[in-house]
Design a protein around this ligand. Structure first.
Ligand code: FNR
Length: 186
């Protein structure tokens, strides 16, 4: 038996990203059920089909990290009511070549935080649609985080109990599904 290998993607490269803080808190909630790595996407070149003949090293590293993961967690901001270009760029690179897409058949949980009231709901709807097209298995549970400055402390602990309970259920549901689809890692 081995631990579930979890690739975590944060849709923001901002130094003080609230989504990176949320991702780290969620990794904490996964505990020993998952070996999680945040996979960087900010070094990927802007997608251009001309680059596909000789794929840049950063793209190969990204694709390899994604292929070797049992499951993926995407934690993303909302930009102009959709997903950030940074994240779309990574998704597009991962989708190519189509026969070797890193997204097909992969369990991909999605969540995100914004200071606004709807907590990335519209970005997540777009992301769900994109991943569905690519053949990913996106768990049903929805998780929209309206971020307040004191929600997560310096030790990645979620201070608000209601939020912590909801996010623990979100993480548990996602890992239950990923383990069912990857019994060797349960
Ligand atoms: C935003 N922000 C934002 N927030 C939101 O709730 N809905 C939106 O559509 C947008 N649109 C948007 C566009 C652009 C270009 C920027 C830079 C920002 C605000 C956003 O939620 C806020 O900057 C978060 O802090 C971004 O998350 P990170 O980068 O801190 O993880």
């Amino acid at each position: 038996m081995s631990t579930l290998k979890l690739a975590v993607i944060v849709g923001s490269a901002r130094r003080e990203s609230i989504n990176r803080r949320l991702a780290q808190a969620l990794i904490g909630l996964a505990g020993t059920r998952a070996a999680a790595d945040i996979i960087r996407i900010d070094d990927l070149p802007l997608f251009n089909q001309d680059l596909e003949a000789e794929r840049p090293a950063a793209v190969e590293r990204f694709a390899q990290a994604m292929r070797s993961a049992d499951a993926v967690l995407i934690v993303t901001p909302e930009h102009n009511r959709s997903i950030p270009a940074l994240l779309k760029n990574a998704i597009d690179w991962g989708s190519r070549p189509k026969a070797h897409s890193v997204w097909a058949g992969k369990v991909v949980a999605i969540t995100g935080a914004s200071p606004g009231a709807i907590g990335t709901a519209l970005a997540q709807q777009h992301l769900r649609q994109i991943l569905g097209t690519l053949g990913s298995v996106v768990p049903g549970g929805e998780s929209y985080i309206s971020f307040k400055p004191d929600l997560i402390d310096a030790n990645d602990h979620i201070n608000d109990e209601g939020s912590r309970v909801r996010l623990q259920a979100f993480v548990d549901g996602f890992l239950d599904l990923a383990e069912r689809l990857h019994p060797a890692s349960a």
